[in-house]
Ligand binder design. Structure first.
Ligand code: HEM
Length: 453
């Protein structure tokens, strides 16, 4: 493999500073955004409100055993937009645009750790643009329109399978399956291999929980919530399997390129050189995770929102013209990516708070999307909301979600067919959300409806 660029080697040596300037607010919250259990009942919107009201730029304690100091928490729409739109000051590359903590070396799965770093989400400047450009053809309107035809058929097939049952776990039967299908079509993954992606995804959603619980175990000994050692072994095996598969298929596509996104990634260049194995691993992880998990959780999350807001459900079912705005409002309320991270490169100011160079900043999208300065009655789910698409769930600025048109297309196809066929659906028990403060990961969503032959 070539001698090209490896970001993860640099990032581990970069230092993050304690705040150098006095904090504008002395507010000390009792709850912690590092507490993953806080996220198992949905996003902690009341806590976001507490922070936004008391300390909109709040300095938070670090994650357990994080070698870096804590991080600034942003909860206002305007502040998150400001940081996202100024990448020269707020870098994604210096210490990654997505990792809230580097964790300690002994708690890292070596390949998973490096791969969460070596991809385009964590690049600045020309390197980022160059790699993003290689992905672009697979997200353009013409390509997405062609893809939509296949997605329409796939949604029909998935719904045919659940129709006679009258009940199902929506996640395993539909929400997991559709994004895997769509992404596999874009990437060029053979049909026989696609179910593996479903399993890998489930384990990846638990990665953060395993890491944090292992740290807790070292500090407190085994507790009730400690994962079973066999589960940890299985987790490691699954992660290895996922990377082995990615390596195998990317190298195959490098040799024999086809018209698909994996071939484009396999043959992309950074600074004129082929991607290193680290960047191939990282790009594989990014696209598989970003392309699946987000759409899947929005699909399930929208169903829960409709169940909890029967008046909105009736309004929508009686007029499917509201579907596009319902989708915007759903993405706003679900905010499936909970946060991203940036690092200041120079002395700057956010909303009156002075920030020194190399301080860590976390953008809490779910909080921005319920900012009352932008959204009237932000906690009300309102499918007629005029500015619903003003949400930041897809990010904003140069790293704005590349997959947004593909995500919206799948959501349109899914909801239009699902609501047309199962208008009387109801939830049939409790949902289950994984302990994770990076993605809102809905693992179970039992529903029932009138069976159809
Ligand atoms: C509802 C669904 C989705 C949501 C809410 C979402 C959200 C996001 C967010 C918040 C970012 C980072 C923005 C930033 O750091 O400024 C991002 C980046 C990205 N997303 Fe999505 N995403 C979704 C679906 C998808 C899909 C379906 C794909 C691919 C098929 C995808 C691929 C990507 C990629 C490649 C990036 C990195 C872009 C870059 O660094 O330039 N996403 N997404």
């Amino acid at each position: 493999m070539g001698s090209g660029y490896v970001l993860s080697d640099e990032v581990v040596n970069h230092k993050i500073n304690e705040p150098v300037f006095p904090k504008n607010s002395s507010y000390k919250a009792e709850k912690s955004l590092n507490d993953l259990d806080l996220f198992t009942k949905g996003q902690p919107v009341d806590f976001y409100k507490e922070l936004r009201d008391n300390a909109p730029i709040y300095f938070h304690d670090p994650m357990p055993t994080d070698p870096e100091p804590g991080y600034w928490v942003l909860t206002r729409h305007e502040d998150i937009k400001h940081v996202s739109m100024n990448p020269k000051i707020f870098s994604s590359q210096y210490a990654t645009g997505n990792l809230l903590t580097l964790g300690t070396e002994e708690n890292r799965h070596p390949k998973l750790f490096k791969s969460t770093i070596d991809h385009m989400l964590n690049l600045d400047g020309e390197m980022h643009l160059g790699l993003r450009k290689e992905h672009m053809p697979f997200f353009k309107p013409g390509y997405v329109e062609d893809l939509q035809k296949k997605v329409t058929v796939k949604v029909g097939q998935l719904l045919d399978q659940i129709a006679p049952l009258g009940e199902c776990n929506l996640v395993s039967e539909v929400s997991q399956q559709l994004p895997i299908f769509t992404l596999s079509e874009i990437l060029g993954i053979p049909e026989a291999d696609r179910q593996k992606l479903v399993t890998w995804m489930e384990f990846l959603e638990l990665a953060q929980y395993f890491a944090v619980e292992q740290i807790k175990q070292q500090n407190e000994g085994v507790t009730d919530s400690s994962p079973d050692p066999e589960m940890i072994n299985l987790f490691n095996t699954m992660v290895d399997e996922m990377f082995d598969y990615g390596k195998h298929i990317l190298l195959k596509k490098r040799k024999n390129p086809e018209n698909d996104l994996l071939s484009a990634i396999a043959n992309a260049k950074i600074e004129g050189k082929e991607l290193t194995q680290e960047f191939l691993d990282g790009s594989w992880l990014l696209i598989v995770f970003a392309g699946n998990d987000t759409t899947r959780n929005t699909m399930s999350g929208g169903i829960k929102l409709l169940h909890d807001n029967q008046d909105q459900k009736e309004l929508l079912i009686n007029n499917l013209d509201y579907l596009p705005n319902f989708i915007n409002e759903t993405v706003r309320c679900v905010s499936p990516v909970i946060h991203m991270r940036r690092t200041s490169l120079e002395e700057t100011e956010i909303n009156g708070q002075r920030i020194g160079p190399f301080e860590k900043i976390a953008l809490w999208y779910g909080a921005a999307n319920r900012d009352p300065d932008i959204f009237q009655d932000p906690d009300t789910f309102n499918i007629l909301r005029e500015n619903a698409d003003n949400h930041l769930a897809f990010g904003i600025g140069r790293h704005t979600c590349l997959g947004k048109p593909v995500a919206l297309m799948q959501l349109r196809e899914f909801y239009s067919q699902f609501l047309g066929r199962f208008p009387d659906f109801e939830m049939n028990g409790e949902w289950k959300v994984a302990p994770n403060n990076f993605v809102h990961a809905i693992q179970e969503m039992p529903i029932k409806f009138s069976p159809k032959s």
